[in-house]
Design a protein. Structure first.
Length: 332
């Protein structure tokens, strides 16, 4: 592909995407990193990133060429009140395949450990794949960084995004209340949290049709998580102690009653988020009688994004086909 021989810096410096380029990896200044001057082919060869980021950037260019693709979720006044809101936004990629208008749209939430948002690998390329499968897609860039009650602020970002889609439903050619959430790692935790009392019920918004968490965090249990979190980091995220968070809706598997059908994707060798995070949630959903697919790749680690070049390749198609099979059988 032609883009494979372009440097990341050249591609992200295209003036068409200036409004979102700085959030390719939110809260990281890529211009100051060696990878800025590497070609996409070099980045792939040297394993800097996973996934088809060239296809994602190409899709971003096509969206930008329409002149209307980037939507801030907070006004300039609101951003002055709280600078962390600056850059919180939605990017919308429509699919041009027949029937897309009649299907739920994908609401995609990249990961980044609550300090970054990896649109470059887990946002734009994933949306491009769902477009090719006949689904419109929206990518959320949310608030990050060590701030008090950060997760509550992220839930507000979710609500803002859905209300924006509601207001522009005619423009986007979607039924705004029919959506599927898809999140990665920390974003996987957020799309799971959205199904608890802290998510859509708190904002009086409709539930998703399905949820696709990819190598997600789901639990705070000390026998499952890797390492001991810093108490200050815990309070910044949850606004309370770890013990208090474990006995609240932040402990996802214990508060899964509102979940829609759920398809989980991960790799057995995940070195950052224990696969038992997904296993625990899958067992909870099974006990509740909620349809659940648990796919664990035998090889690979954390952050495989679209899974290209490894055993998880094609998971996006398997996810939507599973959802469509549930619809055909009346189970979704």
């Amino acid at each position: 592909m032609p883009l494979e021989h372009e440097t990341l810096g050249t591609l992200l410096s295209d003036p068409r995407i200036a409004v979102i380029a700085g959030s390719a990896i939110r809260a990281r200044n890529l211009k100051e990193e060696p990878l800025w001057n590497k070609t996409l082919a070099q980045l792939k060869e040297e394993h800097f990133f996973t996934g088809e980021i060239g296809l994602g950037i190409e899709r971003l260019y096509r969206a930008a060429d329409t002149g209307d693709f980037y939507y801030p979720l907070y006004s300039p006044e609101e951003c002055r009140e709280d600078p962390a809101r600056e850059g919180v936004s939605l990017v919308f990629f429509p699919s041009d395949l027949p029937g897309a208008d009649d299907r739920p749209y994908l609401f995609i939430v990249p990961g980044g450990g609550f300090v970054n948002v990896w649109n470059l690998t887990e946002g734009w390329p994933i949306a491009e794949q769902f477009n090719r499968l006949g689904y419109h897609a929206a990518i959320l860039t949310y608030q990050v960084g060590g701030r008090d009650h950060l997760l509550e602020k992220d839930m507000e970002d979710f609500a803002r995004a859905l209300r924006l889609i509601q207001a522009r439903a005619g423009q986007f050619h979607v039924r705004w209340d029919r959506y599927i959430t898809c999140g990665f790692s920390a974003g996987g935790y957020l799309v799971c949290l959205w199904n608890t009392e802290k998510g859509f019920p708190a904002f009086h918004l409709p539930a998703p049709q399905a949820v696709f968490p990819v190598y997600p965090v789901t639990t705070l249990r000390p026998d499952i998580r890797y390492g001991s979190p810093d108490p200050d980091d815990v309070r910044a995220l949850y606004g309370c102690s770890l013990e208090e968070a474990m006995h609240s809706a932040y402990e996802i598997p214990d508060h899964a009653q509102r979940f829609p059908p759920c398809a989980l994707f991960l790799a057995a060798g995940d070195e950052l988020v224990s696969p038992e995070n997904s296993g625990l949630l899958a067992r909870a959903l099974e006990k509740l009688g909620i349809p659940c697919l648990l796919e664990i790749g035998p090889t690979g680690g954390h952050g495989f994004a679209d899974g290209s070049g490894m055993c998880m390749q094609g998971w996006t198609e398997r996810a939507v086909r599973w959802y469509e099979s549930l619809c055909a059988s009346g189970k979704a």
